[in-house]
Design a protein around this ligand. Structure first.
Ligand code: AMP
Length: 315
Protein backbone atom coordinates (compact mmCIF):
# COMPACT_ATOMS: atom_id res chain seq x y z
CA UNK A 1 0.00 0.00 0.00
CA UNK A 2 1.21 3.52 -0.68
CA UNK A 3 2.76 5.40 2.21
CA UNK A 4 0.37 7.70 4.04
CA UNK A 5 1.86 10.98 3.08
CA UNK A 6 1.83 14.40 4.60
CA UNK A 7 2.99 15.48 1.19
CA UNK A 8 1.98 18.96 0.20
CA UNK A 9 3.17 19.71 -3.32
CA UNK A 10 5.25 22.83 -3.65
CA UNK A 11 3.74 25.40 -5.97
CA UNK A 12 6.18 25.16 -8.85
CA UNK A 13 6.06 28.15 -11.11
CA UNK A 14 4.55 27.91 -14.58
CA UNK A 15 6.24 25.42 -16.87
CA UNK A 16 7.71 22.83 -14.49
CA UNK A 17 6.64 19.33 -15.53
CA UNK A 18 6.80 16.29 -13.27
CA UNK A 19 9.60 13.80 -13.30
CA UNK A 20 8.62 10.27 -12.40
CA UNK A 21 11.54 8.40 -10.85
CA UNK A 22 11.61 4.67 -10.21
CA UNK A 23 14.60 2.90 -8.68
CA UNK A 24 15.97 1.59 -5.43
CA UNK A 25 15.08 3.14 -2.08
CA UNK A 26 17.67 1.78 0.29
CA UNK A 27 19.56 1.88 3.52
CA UNK A 28 23.25 2.24 2.64
CA UNK A 29 26.14 1.34 4.95
CA UNK A 30 29.25 3.01 3.62
CA UNK A 31 32.88 2.48 4.59
CA UNK A 32 35.68 4.80 3.51
CA UNK A 33 39.35 4.68 4.59
CA UNK A 34 38.54 7.20 7.33
CA UNK A 35 34.96 6.58 8.37
CA UNK A 36 32.04 4.18 8.63
CA UNK A 37 28.42 5.24 8.28
CA UNK A 38 25.68 2.66 8.79
CA UNK A 39 22.15 2.73 7.37
CA UNK A 40 22.11 6.10 5.66
CA UNK A 41 19.27 6.96 3.33
CA UNK A 42 20.38 5.72 -0.09
CA UNK A 43 19.28 3.99 -3.25
CA UNK A 44 19.36 5.14 -6.84
CA UNK A 45 15.85 6.62 -6.69
CA UNK A 46 16.48 8.49 -3.41
CA UNK A 47 19.60 10.21 -4.77
CA UNK A 48 17.97 10.95 -8.13
CA UNK A 49 14.72 12.23 -6.57
CA UNK A 50 16.44 14.63 -4.17
CA UNK A 51 18.64 15.88 -7.04
CA UNK A 52 15.64 16.44 -9.34
CA UNK A 53 13.62 18.13 -6.57
CA UNK A 54 15.73 21.31 -6.78
CA UNK A 55 14.17 22.04 -10.16
CA UNK A 56 10.51 20.96 -10.04
CA UNK A 57 7.97 18.36 -8.92
CA UNK A 58 9.14 14.77 -8.48
CA UNK A 59 7.15 11.55 -8.11
CA UNK A 60 9.03 8.71 -6.46
CA UNK A 61 8.19 5.07 -7.18
CA UNK A 62 9.83 2.44 -5.01
CA UNK A 63 9.45 0.19 -2.01
CA UNK A 64 10.60 0.27 1.61
CA UNK A 65 10.13 -2.12 4.51
CA UNK A 66 8.39 -1.38 7.81
CA UNK A 67 11.84 -0.74 9.33
CA UNK A 68 12.30 2.37 7.15
CA UNK A 69 13.08 5.28 9.49
CA UNK A 70 10.37 7.95 9.73
CA UNK A 71 13.01 10.66 9.55
CA UNK A 72 13.85 9.50 6.00
CA UNK A 73 10.20 9.79 4.97
CA UNK A 74 10.25 13.31 6.39
CA UNK A 75 13.39 14.09 4.42
CA UNK A 76 11.67 13.11 1.14
CA UNK A 77 8.72 15.26 2.17
CA UNK A 78 10.91 18.25 2.97
CA UNK A 79 12.07 18.05 -0.65
CA UNK A 80 8.45 18.12 -1.83
CA UNK A 81 8.79 14.61 -3.28
CA UNK A 82 5.41 12.97 -4.01
CA UNK A 83 5.36 9.63 -2.19
CA UNK A 84 2.07 8.36 -3.65
CA UNK A 85 4.06 5.68 -5.56
CA UNK A 86 6.26 4.59 -2.65
CA UNK A 87 5.03 1.29 -1.21
CA UNK A 88 5.69 0.21 2.37
CA UNK A 89 5.63 -3.59 2.73
CA UNK A 90 6.09 -5.77 5.80
CA UNK A 91 9.76 -6.79 5.98
CA UNK A 92 13.18 -5.20 5.65
CA UNK A 93 14.20 -2.29 3.47
CA UNK A 94 16.79 -3.05 0.77
CA UNK A 95 20.20 -2.77 2.44
CA UNK A 96 23.41 -2.20 0.49
CA UNK A 97 26.90 -1.86 1.87
CA UNK A 98 30.04 -0.77 0.05
CA UNK A 99 33.66 0.01 0.86
CA UNK A 100 35.91 2.51 -0.89
CA UNK A 101 39.66 2.23 -1.41
CA UNK A 102 42.03 5.07 -0.60
CA UNK A 103 41.61 6.64 -4.07
CA UNK A 104 37.81 6.95 -3.38
CA UNK A 105 37.15 5.67 -6.90
CA UNK A 106 37.38 1.92 -6.53
CA UNK A 107 34.51 0.46 -4.57
CA UNK A 108 33.52 -3.05 -3.67
CA UNK A 109 30.12 -4.22 -2.59
CA UNK A 110 30.22 -5.84 0.84
CA UNK A 111 26.57 -6.78 1.15
CA UNK A 112 23.27 -6.67 -0.71
CA UNK A 113 20.15 -7.65 1.25
CA UNK A 114 17.15 -7.43 -1.05
CA UNK A 115 14.49 -7.49 1.68
CA UNK A 116 11.15 -6.23 0.34
CA UNK A 117 12.75 -5.72 -3.08
CA UNK A 118 12.53 -9.45 -3.65
CA UNK A 119 8.77 -9.32 -4.24
CA UNK A 120 8.45 -5.72 -5.41
CA UNK A 121 6.37 -4.89 -8.49
CA UNK A 122 6.15 -1.18 -9.18
CA UNK A 123 2.51 -0.21 -9.64
CA UNK A 124 1.87 3.35 -10.69
CA UNK A 125 -1.01 5.36 -9.25
CA UNK A 126 -3.23 6.71 -12.08
CA UNK A 127 -1.97 10.24 -11.47
CA UNK A 128 1.62 9.12 -12.18
CA UNK A 129 0.92 7.37 -15.47
CA UNK A 130 0.91 10.56 -17.50
CA UNK A 131 4.17 12.00 -16.11
CA UNK A 132 5.96 13.60 -19.07
CA UNK A 133 9.53 12.88 -17.94
CA UNK A 134 10.47 9.39 -16.78
CA UNK A 135 13.72 8.45 -15.11
CA UNK A 136 14.28 4.71 -14.78
CA UNK A 137 17.05 4.82 -12.20
CA UNK A 138 19.14 1.76 -11.43
CA UNK A 139 16.91 -1.23 -10.64
CA UNK A 140 16.27 -4.57 -12.40
CA UNK A 141 15.55 -3.86 -16.11
CA UNK A 142 12.40 -6.01 -16.02
CA UNK A 143 11.00 -3.63 -13.37
CA UNK A 144 12.08 -0.59 -15.41
CA UNK A 145 10.16 -2.05 -18.39
CA UNK A 146 7.16 -2.79 -16.18
CA UNK A 147 6.99 0.91 -15.28
CA UNK A 148 7.14 1.88 -18.96
CA UNK A 149 4.28 -0.52 -19.72
CA UNK A 150 2.07 1.57 -17.42
CA UNK A 151 3.01 5.00 -18.81
CA UNK A 152 0.80 6.99 -21.15
CA UNK A 153 2.88 8.61 -23.93
CA UNK A 154 5.76 10.07 -21.89
CA UNK A 155 7.71 12.89 -23.50
CA UNK A 156 11.22 11.78 -22.57
CA UNK A 157 12.50 8.54 -21.03
CA UNK A 158 15.96 8.08 -19.55
CA UNK A 159 17.29 4.78 -18.17
CA UNK A 160 20.34 4.17 -15.98
CA UNK A 161 21.79 0.76 -15.13
CA UNK A 162 24.66 -1.06 -13.39
CA UNK A 163 27.09 -3.90 -14.18
CA UNK A 164 24.99 -6.42 -12.22
CA UNK A 165 22.19 -6.27 -14.82
CA UNK A 166 24.67 -6.65 -17.69
CA UNK A 167 25.83 -9.83 -15.94
CA UNK A 168 22.52 -11.39 -14.93
CA UNK A 169 19.74 -9.75 -16.99
CA UNK A 170 21.25 -8.77 -20.34
CA UNK A 171 18.23 -9.90 -22.38
CA UNK A 172 15.87 -7.75 -20.26
CA UNK A 173 18.28 -4.83 -20.47
CA UNK A 174 18.51 -4.99 -24.28
CA UNK A 175 14.70 -5.08 -24.49
CA UNK A 176 14.53 -1.98 -22.29
CA UNK A 177 17.23 -0.01 -24.14
CA UNK A 178 15.14 -0.20 -27.35
CA UNK A 179 12.33 1.72 -25.63
CA UNK A 180 14.20 4.68 -24.11
CA UNK A 181 15.23 8.07 -25.48
CA UNK A 182 18.45 8.22 -23.49
CA UNK A 183 20.59 5.51 -21.97
CA UNK A 184 23.08 6.29 -19.19
CA UNK A 185 25.92 4.04 -18.07
CA UNK A 186 29.49 4.33 -16.89
CA UNK A 187 32.66 3.70 -18.88
CA UNK A 188 33.29 0.16 -17.68
CA UNK A 189 29.66 -0.79 -18.30
CA UNK A 190 29.83 0.69 -21.82
CA UNK A 191 32.96 -1.37 -22.42
CA UNK A 192 31.26 -4.51 -21.05
CA UNK A 193 28.14 -3.96 -23.17
CA UNK A 194 29.88 -3.24 -26.48
CA UNK A 195 33.37 -4.77 -26.06
CA UNK A 196 34.79 -1.44 -27.29
CA UNK A 197 37.59 0.31 -25.39
CA UNK A 198 37.14 3.57 -27.26
CA UNK A 199 34.09 5.39 -25.83
CA UNK A 200 33.23 6.98 -29.19
CA UNK A 201 32.97 3.52 -30.68
CA UNK A 202 31.04 2.29 -27.64
CA UNK A 203 28.52 5.15 -27.94
CA UNK A 204 28.02 4.37 -31.64
CA UNK A 205 27.29 0.73 -30.83
CA UNK A 206 24.80 1.71 -28.11
CA UNK A 207 22.93 4.03 -30.52
CA UNK A 208 22.42 0.97 -32.73
CA UNK A 209 20.53 -0.66 -29.83
CA UNK A 210 17.92 2.12 -29.93
CA UNK A 211 18.52 5.27 -27.88
CA UNK A 212 18.86 8.66 -29.54
CA UNK A 213 21.06 9.88 -26.67
CA UNK A 214 23.87 7.94 -25.03
CA UNK A 215 25.48 9.34 -21.90
CA UNK A 216 28.67 7.75 -20.64
CA UNK A 217 29.63 8.71 -17.07
CA UNK A 218 33.35 8.93 -16.31
CA UNK A 219 33.35 9.56 -12.56
CA UNK A 220 35.59 12.49 -11.61
CA UNK A 221 36.36 12.95 -15.32
CA UNK A 222 32.79 14.07 -16.05
CA UNK A 223 30.41 12.67 -18.64
CA UNK A 224 30.13 12.37 -22.41
CA UNK A 225 26.94 12.88 -24.38
CA UNK A 226 26.42 11.50 -27.84
CA UNK A 227 23.23 12.70 -29.53
CA UNK A 228 21.71 14.10 -32.71
CA UNK A 229 23.91 17.22 -32.52
CA UNK A 230 27.07 15.22 -31.98
CA UNK A 231 29.23 15.04 -28.88
CA UNK A 232 29.34 17.09 -25.71
CA UNK A 233 31.72 16.73 -22.77
CA UNK A 234 30.46 17.83 -19.35
CA UNK A 235 33.27 18.15 -16.81
CA UNK A 236 32.91 17.21 -13.17
CA UNK A 237 33.07 20.20 -10.80
CA UNK A 238 36.56 20.07 -9.21
CA UNK A 239 36.36 19.27 -5.51
CA UNK A 240 38.89 19.77 -2.72
CA UNK A 241 37.61 16.83 -0.75
CA UNK A 242 35.50 13.83 -1.77
CA UNK A 243 33.84 12.32 1.30
CA UNK A 244 31.63 9.70 -0.38
CA UNK A 245 30.86 9.37 -4.09
CA UNK A 246 27.97 6.92 -3.52
CA UNK A 247 24.99 8.08 -5.54
CA UNK A 248 26.92 10.65 -7.59
CA UNK A 249 25.81 8.98 -10.83
CA UNK A 250 22.19 8.97 -9.65
CA UNK A 251 22.43 12.60 -8.56
CA UNK A 252 23.88 13.49 -11.96
CA UNK A 253 21.04 11.91 -13.90
CA UNK A 254 18.42 13.16 -11.40
CA UNK A 255 19.68 16.74 -11.63
CA UNK A 256 19.79 16.49 -15.42
CA UNK A 257 16.19 15.22 -15.64
CA UNK A 258 14.98 17.78 -13.10
CA UNK A 259 16.45 20.57 -15.20
CA UNK A 260 15.02 19.16 -18.47
CA UNK A 261 11.52 18.91 -16.99
CA UNK A 262 11.62 22.37 -15.44
CA UNK A 263 12.63 24.29 -18.56
CA UNK A 264 10.76 24.97 -21.78
CA UNK A 265 11.89 24.17 -25.31
CA UNK A 266 13.09 21.07 -27.14
CA UNK A 267 15.20 18.57 -25.18
CA UNK A 268 17.91 18.76 -27.85
CA UNK A 269 18.45 22.48 -27.13
CA UNK A 270 18.75 22.06 -23.35
CA UNK A 271 20.57 18.77 -23.02
CA UNK A 272 24.05 20.27 -22.59
CA UNK A 273 23.03 22.69 -19.86
CA UNK A 274 21.03 19.91 -18.19
CA UNK A 275 24.22 17.81 -18.00
CA UNK A 276 26.10 20.71 -16.40
CA UNK A 277 23.36 21.02 -13.76
CA UNK A 278 23.59 17.26 -13.24
CA UNK A 279 27.37 17.49 -12.78
CA UNK A 280 26.99 20.23 -10.20
CA UNK A 281 24.35 18.38 -8.13
CA UNK A 282 26.61 15.29 -8.25
CA UNK A 283 29.50 17.38 -6.91
CA UNK A 284 27.48 18.28 -3.80
CA UNK A 285 26.58 14.61 -3.35
CA UNK A 286 30.29 13.67 -3.17
CA UNK A 287 30.95 16.20 -0.40
CA UNK A 288 28.99 14.35 2.27
CA UNK A 289 28.06 10.81 3.27
CA UNK A 290 24.94 9.52 1.56
CA UNK A 291 22.54 12.41 1.09
CA UNK A 292 23.79 14.49 4.03
CA UNK A 293 25.32 17.29 1.95
CA UNK A 294 22.85 17.24 -0.95
CA UNK A 295 19.93 17.72 1.39
CA UNK A 296 21.50 20.89 2.83
CA UNK A 297 22.01 22.54 -0.53
CA UNK A 298 19.78 25.33 -1.85
CA UNK A 299 18.97 26.02 -5.50
CA UNK A 300 21.07 29.21 -5.35
CA UNK A 301 24.16 27.10 -4.36
CA UNK A 302 23.63 24.99 -7.46
CA UNK A 303 23.26 28.03 -9.72
CA UNK A 304 26.44 29.53 -8.24
CA UNK A 305 28.47 26.38 -8.97
CA UNK A 306 27.05 26.22 -12.50
CA UNK A 307 28.34 29.77 -13.09
CA UNK A 308 31.75 28.80 -11.68
CA UNK A 309 31.91 25.71 -13.87
CA UNK A 310 30.97 27.80 -16.90
CA UNK A 311 33.90 30.13 -16.18
CA UNK A 312 36.25 27.19 -15.77
CA UNK A 313 35.52 25.75 -19.20
CA UNK A 314 35.00 28.89 -21.32
CA UNK A 315 37.85 29.74 -23.71
P1 AMP B 1 26.12 4.83 -7.57
O1 AMP B 1 27.13 5.29 -6.55
O2 AMP B 1 25.64 5.92 -8.46
O3 AMP B 1 26.58 3.60 -8.28
O4 AMP B 1 24.81 4.37 -6.76
C1 AMP B 1 24.87 3.79 -5.50
C2 AMP B 1 23.46 3.48 -5.04
O5 AMP B 1 22.98 2.32 -5.73
C3 AMP B 1 23.42 3.15 -3.56
O6 AMP B 1 22.66 4.13 -2.89
C4 AMP B 1 22.77 1.76 -3.47
O7 AMP B 1 21.75 1.68 -2.53
C5 AMP B 1 22.22 1.52 -4.86
N1 AMP B 1 22.38 0.13 -5.27
C6 AMP B 1 23.42 -0.71 -5.02
N2 AMP B 1 23.20 -1.94 -5.54
C7 AMP B 1 21.97 -1.88 -6.15
C8 AMP B 1 21.15 -2.82 -6.87
N3 AMP B 1 21.53 -4.09 -7.07
N4 AMP B 1 19.96 -2.38 -7.37
C9 AMP B 1 19.57 -1.11 -7.18
N5 AMP B 1 20.28 -0.19 -6.49
C10 AMP B 1 21.46 -0.56 -5.99
Amino acid sequence: MPLPSAYAPRLWIKISMSVLIVGSTALDSIKTPTSENPKLLGGSASHAAVAASFFGPVRLVGVVGDDFPKQYVKLYERHGIDLGGLQMLPGKTFHWSGEYELNMDNRRTLLTELGVFETFTPTLPKTHQSSPYVLLANIAPSLQSHVLDQMRRPKFIVADTMDLWLNIALKDLLALIKRVDAFVLNESEAHQLTEKNNMLHAAREIHKLGPKYVIIKKGHNGAMLSGPSGLFLAPAYPLDCVMDPTGAGDSFVGGMMGYLAATSGPVEKKMRRAMIYGSVVASFCCEGFGLTKTTKVKRRDIDKRVRELEKLIRF
